[in-house]
Ligand binder design. Structure first.
Ligand code: SAM
Length: 116
């Protein structure tokens, strides 16, 4: 059996927190409108090629950033890998702070972030 799903954990420090559900509505099945995103998302696999072999698809992280961080806010990714989160955050006009242990991956992140 091949596991083909991942879990998202949305952790917050307080009971009241920023969350913009309207920013991440999805098209209805009949294409006539939008609806609130469901708990299971269908996302295509990443097709970018680089040093890192486990990069997120942009479409996976985009709704997370749009819904949970306002424009101009700060996105933190402690495990940057290829830099997907930072690159998408920058495209969406969010600030970004990240960490990466591997210096080759780190260089790839810098290149990805500079190219945005
Ligand atoms: C699964 S990858 C992240 C992939 C990333 N989401 C992307 O889209 O490219 C996890 C990364 O965390 C890095 N890492 C592991 N432990 C770390 C640590 N203690 N501090 C910083 N980076 C770390 C690894 O080198 C690896 O590149």
């Amino acid at each position: 059996m091949v596991r083909s799903h991942e879990y998202f954990f949305h952790l917050t420090k307080s009971r009241h927190y920023y969350f913009d559900t309207d920013a991440v509505k999805e098209p209805t099945a009949d294409g006539t409108g939008t609806r609130y995103r469901r708990t299971v998302w269908q996302v295509g696999v990443n097709t970018r090629r680089g040093l890192h072999t486990a990069a997120f698809p942009d479409d996976l992280i985009t709704p997370c950033i749009l819904s949970s961080c306002p424009e101009g806010g700060v996105v933190l990714d402690p495990f940057m890998g290829s830099g997907t989160v930072g690159r998408v955050a920058k495209k969406l006009n969010r600030q970004f702070v990240g960490f990466e242990l591997n210096s080759d991956y780190y260089q790839e992140c810098v290149a990805a972030l500079t190219a945005v």
